[in-house]
Design a protein around this ligand. Structure first.
Ligand SMILES: Nc1ncnc2c1ncn2[C@@H]1O[C@H](COP(=O)(O)OP(=O)(O)O)[C@@H](O)[C@H]1O
Ligand SMILES: [Mg+2]
Length: 299
């Protein structure tokens, strides 16, 4: 059975009279690294804050862990670690000391501090004052603080924000290891798709407070086209039309929409079986970026 870790149902939030979250629904399941995508101001942080009870919402339901309606209890918060917007630390304390404060306040085993420092790669710099940390080190310390209780759910709000490509890669590898190694489910937001594309298995795309897409990465990968060139283009067209493929013609190729590897194999067999010489047949995958732009443009 798949366990629902976070279930958001018809969530609506207004600030003053302005609707910021407009009836959004999505489900994060156990073991997911779930990407929450959207431009700045689309409502990502607001959603995360609602899940964490950092703000009230107007209507809808949020269930966390085994269908617990968060309005009925605060206990679920012990099972969630979070990093929302900018990480905040005591600048005149070291990374270790900052973690120590969190550990003591929440009654967490002391050895967790060294464990998380190791996981986020801050062991060597744990005794440096955090005001001297680079942005990447600060982000990693923020993740360490969110992780130190080894929660069931980790909520990370734009943890790759402002990092260089190397920093993004490090955070990605760290996050990728969490579900399998520690049984942690991750809910992570970003406004830069390429930064989370390679680590998430599911995504929701938020645009002006509405979910425009929710699904797994395979579903997104179906957003591919198949480019074909043959020695008999008119016959190719007739065959594709007869088989009801949705395609367009360009100068040199036929482009089949909604393609997948299965479609590529079927079309190849169809053409070769009809004695048509195939000179080129390849799938063109559209990046999440293209899809994101398409989805948000249709609004
Ligand atoms: N405390 C607040 N009061 C009024 N408006 C807010 C407040 N917090 C956020 N907003 C507005 O809500 C919208 C969504 O913000 P936010 O959730 O921070 O977006 P994101 O995290 O996707 O960038 C924005 O238009 C923002 O200006
Ligand atoms: Mg935000």
């Amino acid at each position: 059975m798949v366990n629902k870790m976070i279930e958001v149902v018809n969530l609506t939030k207004k600030f003053d009279q302005k609707i910021v979250l407009n009836d959004i629904s999505f489900t994060v399941e156990e073991g997911d690294i779930y990407g929450f995508l959207g431009r700045n101001g689309s409502g990502k942080s607001t959603t995360m804050k609602a899940i964490l009870k950092l703000l009230n919402f107007d209507s809808g339901t949020i269930n966390v862990l085994d269908n617990n309606d968060i309005r009925n209890s605060n206990a679920y918060l012990n099972q969630i670690g979070s990093l929302i917007e900018e990480p905040a630390f005591y600048p005149n304390l070291t990374g270790y000391e900052n973690l120590k404060i969190v550990q003591q306040l929440s009654d967490i085993p002391t050895e967790n501090i060294d464990r998380v420092l190791e996981i986020v790669g801050l062991t060597a710099t744990a005794n440096k004052l955090t005001k001297k940390y680079s942005l990447g080190m600060k982000q990693r310390l923020g993740i360490a603080i969110a992780l130190v209780k080894f929660p069931k759910i980790l909520i990370l709000d734009e943890p790759t924000n402002g990092l260089d490509p190397e920093g993004v890669r490090e955070i990605r590898e760290l996050i990728l290891s969490l579900p399998e190694k520690y049984g942690i489910t991750v809910f992570i937001s970003s406004h830069i798709l390429s930064e989370i594309e390679k680590m998430v298995n599911k995504v929701a795309i938020l645009d002006h407070g509405k979910i425009k897409f929710e699904g797994n990465m395979q579903k997104l990968e179906q957003e591919s086209t198949l480019s074909i060139a043959t020695d008999n283009m008119p016959a190719t067209e007739s065959l594709l039309t007869a088989k009801k493929y949705n395609f367009i013609k360009t100068e040199k190729n036929i482009i089949v929409n909604d393609a997948s590897s299965e479609v590529a194999i079927a079309v190849n067999k169809l053409l070769v079986g009809s004695d048509i010489g195939v000179s080129d047949l390849h799938l063109v995958k559209h990046s999440l970026e293209d899809i994101f732009l398409k989805i948000t443009k249709e609004a």
